[in-house]
Design a protein around this ligand. Structure first.
Ligand SMILES: [Zn+2]
Length: 473
């Protein structure tokens, strides 16, 4: 088995809570696994990768995305709207405009962006399904992820009910029948799902939202099937206050209480957003060890708010980071997302400061989240939520590693280079990106990837999509 010795890293962020930084700057990899970390001596047969001037991070784990939206960045109709109106204006309005080609290019753009940010695992919440649709989105997503050599988790979305915001494009907005949706989940599990913790491909049960996408009975039934199949559960929840109103009006419960009553919380469940929660909901989520995919940039772009990760983590909620769709986050990369998570947790805490004369106890939120917390959430935290053994630089873990070069003026002047890729933001060039021990980016180049060609294809696809929407141009 081949051994690769990464030598001379300026720093190694491990993703671990107790030991967030490794002593020494070397990592030995055998096959697909990390075998040693520290100050290591080359052995006969080692292939040496000189990482002088680089910092090593675990490959990022993105736990919430909608790749089809990668061609909907900055869409003017939805640019200045909040969630409900934005959904109607952008993703739903463009849904039927996608064909096999535009869908594939969207997936390729999003995955390429992520890989170039050092991301090696992507969970895509894919809900672009309707009866008799003419292409197999799941097959395309798995193909595009395999082309890049990353781990891919398909969260099979869908709905048997529609919200009241989709008059424009009835064909692609027709809901699925519950039995055919569940049959497709079983088909996908049989075809793609790898249960082992070093999986490259996974399937997840993922109704678009528990409150709106299906009936309460179907929701419970979907959880039962997921657990019978041994797959995890994922959905959107409590992105805005509208979830609280809807759950109150329809079920006289909070959204989390509604999920709990339908077997939709637990260690095998994670929700995107969780921005607006009542205290009893945080307690329920924490006690059940349910996870969150925190999407700070999308939540900020849509004006939804900032999830309180610090309180959630203290309660026992498992924290991970997702970029969400590019239709609500024009910087869909994990370095930007981690940077935003780091800043916004501090800003959020600072917002609650009050003067001492009014009973205040602190001046600001400067200690709310460290860079190490943010890295852990975006790497090991994501891997834990997905049940994978990547996301940490430690012996025995999968060799998913990003080596960032800090040779741009943006990173000059740092007193502690380890924090550069998150603290300074921007896109640090990759000396290398490894997934399962395979080099998938070398010297900042993805093999066989023509970025200029992809840009031209994306521009042509955007034009096509705009021509296909009602009244489009
Ligand atoms: Zn989402």
């Amino acid at each position: 088995m081949q051994t690769l010795l990464i030598k001379n890293c300026a720093a190694i962020m491990t993703g671990d809570r107790v030991t967030p930084r490794a002593a020494g700057g070397d990592i030995r990899i055998r096959g697909s696994r990390i075998v040693e970390v520290g100050s290591l001596t080359a052995e006969p047969g080692d292939t040496i990768l000189d990482a002088r001037g680089c910092v090593a991070y675990p490959g990022w784990v993105n736990t919430h995305h909608h790749l089809f939206q990668s061609l909907l960045k900055g869409e003017p109709g939805g640019l200045n709207l909040s969630l409900g109106d934005w959904l109607a204006a952008t993703p739903y309005r463009f849904r039927a405009a996608f064909d096999e080609e535009t869908f594939r290019i969207a997936a390729r753009v999003g995955l390429t962006e992520l890989v170039r940010s050092g991301c090696t695992t992507v969970a895509d919440h894919h809900y672009l399904y309707w009866p008799d649709m003419p292409f197999d989105g799941a097959a395309i997503l798995f193909e595009e992820a395999a082309r890049l050599g990353i781990r891919f988790v398909l969260c099979r979305g869908g709905a048997t009910q529609t919200r009241t915001l989709e008059q424009a494009l009835p064909a692609a907005l027709r809901p699925e029948r519950f039995d055919s949706w569940m049959a497709d989940v079983e088909r996908l599990v049989a075809r793609y799902h790898q249960p082992a913790p070093d999986a490259m491909r996974r399937i997840v049960m993922a109704p678009t939202t528990p409150l709106y996408s299906l009936s309460p009975g179907e929701l419970r039934e979907s959880a039962r099937l997921a657990r019978r199949l041994g797959i995890r559960l994922h959905s959107h929840l409590s992105e805005t206050v509208a979830y609280l109103d809807a759950a109150q009006d329809r079920f006289a419960m909070t959204p989390v209480e509604f999920c709990a009553a339908h077997d939709w919380i637990g260690e095998d469940v994670w929700f995107a957003h969780l921005v607006k929660l009542m205290p009893q909901e945080i307690a329920l989520l924490g006690a059940s060890r349910t996870g969150i995919a925190h999407c700070p940039q999308s939540n900020a772009r849509l004006g939804s708010g900032i999830a309180d990760l610090v309180t959630l983590e203290q309660a026992g909620v498992r924290i991970s980071i997702g970029v969400d769709g590019a239709g609500s986050n024009e910087a869909a990369d994990m370095q930007s997302e981690a940077h935003a998570a780091w800043l916004l947790q501090r800003a959020r805490r600072g917002m609650t400061a009050v003067p001492r004369y009014a009973g205040g106890e602190f001046e600001g939120g400067g200690d709310a989240a460290s860079i190490e917390d943010t890295v852990r959430w975006g790497t090991a935290g994501g891997a834990d939520v997905l049940g994978l053994d990547c996301g940490r630089i430690a012996p025995g873990m999968a060799a998913d590693i990003a080596l960032y070069r800090l040779d741009d003026p943006r990173y000059f002047g740092l007193h502690d280079v380890a924090i550069g890729p998150v603290a300074c933001a921007g896109r640090a060039p990759l000396r290398a990106l490894l997934c399962a021990g395979r080099m998938i980016v070398e010297n900042d180049q993805i093999p066989h990837c023509d970025l200029a060609g992809l840009g031209a294809l994306a521009a042509a696809c955007v034009k096509k999509l705009r021509q296909r929407i009602p009244g489009g141009r």
